[in-house]
Design a protein around this ligand. Structure first.
Ligand SMILES: NC(=O)c1ccc[n+]([C@@H]2O[C@H](COP(=O)([O-])OP(=O)(O)OC[C@H]3O[C@@H](n4cnc5c(N)ncnc54)[C@H](O)[C@@H]3O)[C@@H](O)[C@H]2O)c1
Length: 259
């Protein structure tokens, strides 16, 4: 699809690779100036060059989005460089612990999963909120996993953290609609050409390999590509979706049908 994001500034977290990178490039192709984020600036160089090659402004904010102070610095830096943030896409930083039956997950890892799949998103949303309230406008798009909507064995913790995001999306949407802020969440399943996919496929003896393989076999439309998620993100970032907030979308290739 196409949208006119000319003059809009978007901050896309976890955007040096994978789904976040494809979303950043897609928003730029449709006119937005972009602030990229990751933990390593070197990984952003090609993406910065691609975006500048489209005639858009592009910059990079180094921050670990598991850490609120770093997220605040990232948001302040993005506002300083672009003058504003119209669009926040909170993606990336997936991890924390490999999928495993709940009785086998070391409780020492719980907080890492919560930081990765839940707090990282909340920190980003919270950090842009005052700015968006002041401007009485903003589009927020959260990327998470469909395990937050569809009970998935070995993903109790990851799914629980994503389910919390699903509920919070709806509550925050109700609270912030008065300030013309829209927030929606995209839940994805296995997606090719991403760090998450590469990690899962690296070891054929691992549980995550089997989960991804099983999902792939059951997806009637085939496996997701990053662009499948980026197209929906573009719509949600655009004015064409102004009547939509607090909604949860699954991009799952016909695998899941959450209510
Ligand atoms: N890839 C999949 O198959 C899949 C499946 C289900 C859900 N998801 C969802 O999609 C999101 C994106 O997935 P992905 O596989 O493209 O990438 P990912 O989650 O591995 O993120 C990669 C990007 O995040 C950055 N990053 C990693 N840790 C970070 C940190 N602590 N702070 C800041 N940046 C950090 C990396 O530099 C890179 O740019 C996931 O976080 C998850 O919510 C992906």
């Amino acid at each position: 699809m196409q949208a006119d994001l000319t003059g809009k500034a978007a901050l896309v977290t976890g955007s040096t690779k994978g789904i976040g990178k494809t979303i950043a490039l897609t928003l730029a192709r449709n006119g937005a100036d972009i602030v990229l984020n990751g933990r390593n600036q070197d990984h952003a160089l090609n993406v910065l060059e691609d975006i500048r090659g489209m005639g858009r402004q592009a910059s990079f904010e180094q921050a670990d989005i598991w850490n609120y102070e770093e997220v605040r610095r990232m948001v302040d830096g993005a506002i300083r460089k672009m003058g504003k943030i119209d669009i926040l896409v909170a993606s990336g930083a997936g991890g924390g612990a490999p999928p495993e039956f709940f009785n086998k997950i070391d409780p020492e890892l719980y907080l890492d999963v919560v930081r990765s799949h839940w707090l990282s998103r909340l920190y980003c949303v919270r950090a842009v909120m005052d700015h968006m309230i002041e401007r009485q406008s903003g589009k927020i798009i959260i990327i998470t996993t469909d395990a937050g909507r569809t009970p998935t064995p070995r993903e109790s913790l990851i799914g629980g953290a994503a389910a919390a995001l699903v509920l919070m999306t709806k509550v925050i949407a109700q609270e912030t609609a008065r300030w013309q802020i829209r927030i929606n969440t995209i839940c994805t399943t296995v997606t090719k050409d991403t760090p998450g996919y590469d990690y899962a496929m690296a070891d054929p003896t691992s549980h995550i390999y089997r989960i991804f393989k099983k999902a792939e076999e059951r997806m009637p439309f085939g496996m997701n590509r990053p662009d499948d998620i980026a197209q929906l993100a573009l719509f949600l970032a655009s004015e064409d979706s102004n009547q939509i907030t607090g909604q949860i979308f699954s991009v799952s290739g016909g695998l899941s049908f959450p209510g």
